[in-house]
Design a protein around this ligand. Structure first.
Ligand SMILES: Nc1ncnc2c1ncn2[C@@H]1O[C@H](COP(=O)(O)OP(=O)(O)OP(=O)(O)O)[C@@H](O)[C@H]1O
Ligand SMILES: [Mg+2]
Length: 258
């Protein structure tokens, strides 16, 4: 569904991403792991159209999207969440969800003045959808809360909700488990699995190895801007190169990688 070929991103003299190729198969929950600074978020930024690649190609759903700006990848059904959630803090959770889809009728001057009924119908449709998304994420009780008051974990759920508003084919999640308590983490894992059953493909960057090993297959490992290996949870956990790459960082008590 998504493939990147020989992707390179330089920042000045730094090769943040250094010739990376991988594929994400339709219907999979693919994991992307690696130590801090390995170059995981940077491919997300290129895939989602925030940065253009220094070199390389990105294909999604049969089309070369390498030079697509963010709004075009979004319209093709490829959406991403941010490592640091960015809700509109003074808007309510419900309003945050309703802000998402591009090209809402009401935004256009012409429509507001000459097609007010159509604008109202569009707003009702959006609101109904936002209410469904809140219900799906078990956030209904927080619909009227200002988003700035949410906990870190609740903001992560809201991020997922914003992604869902666009009926995506594929969602890129950047550390959905970061800073989340175990209960909420379990909820996110379960919701991702349900969405995947409904046909949404996922590519997930994550440091929480419980989440990765439970949900993701295959798992892509990056280190130092390069692709280290790709395989199942078992293959990744028993690969000495992976252990070595993470040893420079943190090693979990139970001897796994963190
Ligand atoms: N906009 C930028 N300008 C300059 N350097 C950048 C920029 N974005 C990322 N980098 C650098 O590129 C390298 C890879 O960064 P990236 O954010 O992709 O890593 P990461 O694997 O997502 O790390 P983490 O696990 O800490 O989120 C790092 O050395 C980082 O400092
Ligand atoms: Mg990152």
């Amino acid at each position: 569904m998504l493939s990147v070929v020989d992707l390179v991103k330089d920042f000045g003299g730094l090769h943040a991403v250094d010739g990376v190729s991988f594929e994400v198969g339709q219907g999979t929950i693919t994991g992307l792991i690696g130590p801090n600074g390995a170059g995981k978020t940077t491919p997300f930024n290129m895939i989602a159209g925030a940065f253009s690649p220094t070199r390389g190609a990105i294909r999604f759903d049969g089309e070369d999207i390498s030079s697509f700006p963010a709004h075009r990848t979004f319209r093709k059904g490829l959406v991403r969440t941010f490592q640091i959630p960015r809700p509109f803090g003074r808007l309510t959770v419900l309003e945050n969800l309703m802000m998402v889809p591009p090209g809402q009728l009401g935004e256009r001057f012409w429509n507001t003045w000459f097609r007010p009924a159509a604008v109202r119908a569009e707003e009702r449709r959006l609101r109904d959808k936002a209410i469904d998304v809140l219900d799906f994420l078990n956030l209904t009780r927080l619909g009227e809360e200002e988003a700035g008051n949410l906990s870190g974990g609740q903001m992560k759920l809201l991020e997922l909700g914003r992604a869902l508003m666009s009926d995506p084919k594929m969602i890129l999640l950047d550390e959905p488990g970061a800073g989340i308590n175990p209960t909420l983490l379990g909820e996110i894992v379960e919701r991702i699995a349900v969405l995947n059953d409904r046909g949404i493909t996922f590519l997930i960057i994550e440091h929480n190895m419980d989440l990765v090993m439970t949900l993701c297959d295959p798992i892509i490992v990056m280190a130092g801007g390069k692709l280290l290996m790709q395989g199942s949870a078992d293959q990744v956990q028993s690969d000495s190169r992976v252990l070595e790459a993470f040893l420079g960082g943190v090693v979990e008590e139970e001897g796994g990688v963190a």
